[in-house]
Design a protein around this ligand. Structure first.
Ligand code: UDX
Ligand code: UDX
Length: 432
């Protein structure tokens, strides 16, 4: 059992803290958002993440996890401190590391005995050195280590990803730090990749960049499929069965969103330029992703002919299924482009509507998918929520103004939709 402090109780910090508590450690989660801490202390979870409420509840009952906005005592009483604050993108694509710097200083001021400080937030390579120097400049006569332990938690399956990981990456500069992290992760019996701090930092950026590249790759292939009437789903299947390629992250659609891929790619690209080794492939990956949203809007226009005065039912808003996260959701740009052309949007998302409201203006929010579809000229499916597969599509067809489906996630069965009499369109699937 170790005493662990988590600084930043967001999507990553809260999952990390809850899972370490679940494994039997004593965890304190710190956040400077007082509202969030109040909610957590009242037993409420500020985000939608399947399974998180259950493990937080159990850990609270066993007194394994607490929440506070007071960083001092949390650091003073911990053996390991994880930095999980956000690292938002700046206008030039670089990562804003001011929160990481502030937190490092606060940690330094409160160190009273040896402590291991771990960067878990995704940061550009060499941030570990900066964190180390910042702490060194403010600490008084106390030994400490800095380590990197990047997260590979997909929102929507973050608990599973944490408790049954493909690998745990730790970047360390001392045997003591390695031992502490190995002990902490021992119950998971995971494959450990132990390396220096800079390599660990690069593993994170390179992994997300590679996955995003696969998505832009298949989206480009989808455009070729559209041009000739081939089926990208079959192409992806045929490619993915080659273990050198792999089947995952070859789902064509409206492009990637979320708070990791777009910002991590931009930060990696920015860093490569700063280092004098421009990684321009990533520029193209980002460009393909941006134009993929326009590609989808063009498809909607092609199918609906005139956009002005049309009503579109948006099924889904979140950047992917199983989350309420709207950060960099493709739906935002798609909806704004359609509204500009005079389209009325009737939207439904099982979890993300509250987070969407401050971001998306002029949208009619429906209580369920059926209400969203009533009287619409087309259904635009933009988030892969499982419940959309299970809808009563016969009922939806009756309530639509015209039976058009624009499946931005290649999520529904074209054969079934055609059988039901829909005019069904998807990305790179003209063969039906
Ligand atoms: C963040 C990083 O942005 C991401 O790059 C990294 O991989 C994991 O951590 P996320 O957990 O999704 O991602 O961010 P968010 O949900 O915004 O959580 C960050 C939390 O830190 C917020 O609750 C915020 O209130 C808190 N915070 C921020 C602090 O407690 N102190 C600060 O100084 C800044
Ligand atoms: C990502 C990383 O996968 C995870 O390891 C961690 O680093 C955090 O960032 P996350 O952003 O939660 O996780 O979701 P992910 O499942 O990776 O999907 C990202 C985006 O790509 C979503 O918008 C998703 O819809 C899209 N996507 C994913 C595709 O368009 N096609 C695919 O084949 C896979």
């Amino acid at each position: 059992m170790q005493k662990v402090a988590i600084i930043g109780a967001g999507y990553v910090g809260l999952v990390t803290g809850a899972c370490f508590a679940h494994l039997g450690n004593k965890v304190v989660c710190v956040d400077n958002d007082l509202k969030k801490i109040k909610m957590l202390n009242a037993g409420k979870i500020p985000i939608y993440e399947p399974g998180l409420d259950r493990i937080v509840r159990q850990a609270r009952k066993k007194k394994k996890i607490t929440f506070t906005s007071n960083i001092g005592p949390a650091v003073q009483n911990s053996d390991i401190v994880f930095i999980c604050v956000n690292t938002p993108p700046k206008d030039d694509g670089g990562a804003d590391l001011s929160y990481v710097e502030n937190v490092s200083r606060e940690i330094a001021k409160n160190l009273k005995r040896y402590c291991l400080i771990v960067e878990k937030s995704t940061v550009p390579v060499q941030t570990g050195e900066r964190v180390y120097q910042t702490i060194l400049d403010h600490v008084r006569g106390v030994e400490f280590d800095v380590a990197s332990n990047p997260e590979f938690l997909r929102e929507g399956s973050a608990i599973e990803d944490f408790l049954a990981p493909d690998r745990v990456v730790i970047g360390v500069s001392s045997a003591r730090a390695e031992k502490l992290l190995r002990q902490l992760y021992a119950p998971l019996k995971a494959r450990m990749v132990v390396t220096d701090i800079k390599s660990a930092e690069i593993i994170k950026h390179a992994s997300n960049s590679f996955l995003a590249t696969k998505i832009s790759f298949i989206n480009s292939v989808a455009r070729v499929c559209d041009a000739v009437g081939a089926d990208v789903e079959k192409v992806a299947e045929g490619m993915g069965l080659d273990p050198r390629i792999g089947a995952s992250f070859l789902k064509a659609g409206i492009g990637f969103g979320g708070f990791c891929f777009p910002k991590d790619l931009a930060a990696f690209l920015h860093m490569s330029h700063a280092l004098g080794v421009p990684f321009n492939l990533l520029k193209e990956v980002l460009e393909i992703n941006e134009t993929q949203k326009q590609y989808y809007v063009k498809l909607i226009e092609k199918v609906l002919w005139n956009l002005r005065g049309k009503k579109v039912a948006m099924l889904g808003l979140a950047f992917k299924g199983n989350t309420d996260d709207m950060r960099f959701a493709p739906s935002i740009d798609i909806i704004e482009a359609l509204q500009k052309e005079g389209v009325t949007i009737q939207a439904y998302d099982p979890q993300a509507m509250e987070r969407a409201k401050p971001v998306l203006r002029g949208v009619k929010y429906a209580k369920d998918a059926y209400e969203a579809c009533k009287g619409a000229d087309a259904v635009a499916l933009v988030t892969d929520w499982k419940e959309f597969k299970d809808l009563d599509w016969k009922r939806i067809k009756k309530s639509l103004h015209q039976p058009v489906i624009l499946d931005g996630r290649n999520f529904l069965s074209p054969q079934e939709m055609k059988k039901l009499g829909f005019n069904y369109h998807a990305i790179g699937r003209k063969a039906f």
